[in-house]
Design a protein around this ligand. Structure first.
Ligand code: NAP
Length: 341
């Protein structure tokens, strides 16, 4: 287990803001996790597991506890079903999510291609049930091996036990689990999902989307035109969740804004998921809205961007202003997708 002290959270998060983390402990094995917990308990410190840091807003005053980073990077493929129609892929929490997508589509496997280009690590993916273009991690996830810090044991949680929801899971509600590895069941039989407008538009332009590799490449291309490059720009991607509202509330808003898009929620068809980016753009005219070093990205208003020198206090004040504006105009209380550290 590697221990480093006083590490700037600007270097550990894609927002590139925040003070110092008191300790950063890198774990490659369950024994390392046990060692890290002993270190934490001896000093009565708080702890937080950080993957790629792409969904976190760190405090300007830093973090006085321990940042845990999972560094195990094993990837194993095995065909288990007798018909050999699927493949189980078991992946260490420290593997980069997008590297995993590349590996699986290169093997001709189906299931992760729509999730290409999402930043972060495999261990972080189930926490908020990452999803894009009509696919969620929970669609193909088989089980999660996690270290339960309440019992100090490694446990295997089935997909049902992970209690997945829209950008939500047991791990978000109960941070006592440290995800060690994740298993996916991927199909060898083509299962293309190209119903989202961005992908349909590409196909209409003549793009061939017959293989999972081709779809993954198309998704990366669409994303690169819409989202800023996290390696260069300070951002955590979508700052807010797309809200869901009752169908009655949707009808009222639709009467006011006839172009407003809405999609029945996959969890409950009686509620409608609406693209917050559309409201920020077309109702509030906030695309590109800037205050000091903080702004809503000009190509996708759901994305909050922090230029060099921005503080977390500024970002928070800006986000609160956006939340208030959305509530005043639509009556919708929006929630943050980004987590506070
Ligand atoms: P988008 O494709 O413009 O979609 C905006 C909203 O409309 C999302 O709530 C999306 O649902 C919904 N939507 C669009 N077409 C749909 C369809 N055919 N059927 C059902 N729902 C539909 O969104 P974007 O901001 O450009 O992002 C592209 C994709 O990346 C989206 O799927 C978005 O959710 C995803 N994304 C995920 C994360 C994350 O996991 N943290 C972060 C950024 C973006 P869904 O949200 O269910 O797709």
């Amino acid at each position: 287990m590697k221990i480093v002290e006083h590490v700037s959270l600007t270097s550990l998060t894609t927002f590139k803001v925040g003070g110092d983390a008191r300790y950063v402990l890198a774990c490659e094995s369950v024994e390392d996790i046990q060692g890290a917990l002993a270190f934490i308990r001896e000093r009565s410190l708080s702890w937080y597991v950080l993957g790629g840091g792409s969904n976190v807003l760190a405090s300007d005053s830093g973090y006085e506890g321990v940042i845990l980073q999972l560094k195990n990077t094993e990837v194993t493929f095995s065909s288990t079903d007798t018909a050999r129609e699927s493949c189980v892929v078991v992946v260490g929490a420290g593997v980069s999510w997008d590297a995993l997508v590349s590996k699986t589509v290169a093997e001709g496997l189906w299931g992760l291609e729509n999730l290409a280009g999402i930043p972060g690590s495999v261990g972080a993916a189930p926490v908020q049930n990452i999803g894009a273009y009509g696919a969620d991690v929970s669609d193909t996830l088989l089980y999660v091996d996690a270290f339960d810090t309440k019992t100090d044991a490694l446990v295997r949680l089935t997909k049902d036990e992970c209690v997945f929801g829209y950008r939500n899971s047991l791990f978000k509600e109960d941070p006592a689990y440290i995800i060690v590895r994740v298993a996916f069941q991927l199909s060898k039989i083509p299962t293309p999902r190209i119903q989202y407008a961005d992908l349909l538009a590409l196909r209409e332009q003549g793009r061939v989307l017959d293989t999972s590799l081709q779809i993954a490449e198309a998704v990366r291309e669409v994303r690169s035109k819409k989202f800023p490059d996290l390696h260069i720009t300070g951002t955590a991607g979508s700052f807010f969740k797309n809200p869901t509202i009752s169908s009655e509330a949707f009808s009222l808003l639709k009467a006011q804004y006839p172009e407003l898009p809405g999609f029945p929620s996959s969890e409950d068809a009686s509620v409608i998921k609406i693209p917050l980016g559309w409201i920020l753009d077309h109702v509030l005219n906030l695309r590109g809205y800037t205050k000091g070093q903080v702004r809503l990205f000009e190509k996708q208003a759901l994305v909050l961007v922090a230029e060099h020198g921005a503080t977390t206090e500024e970002i928070n004040a800006f986000a609160k202003e956006v939340e208030t504006k959305v509530f005043s105009a639509t009556g919708i209380k929006i929630e943050r997708e980004v987590r506070m550290l």
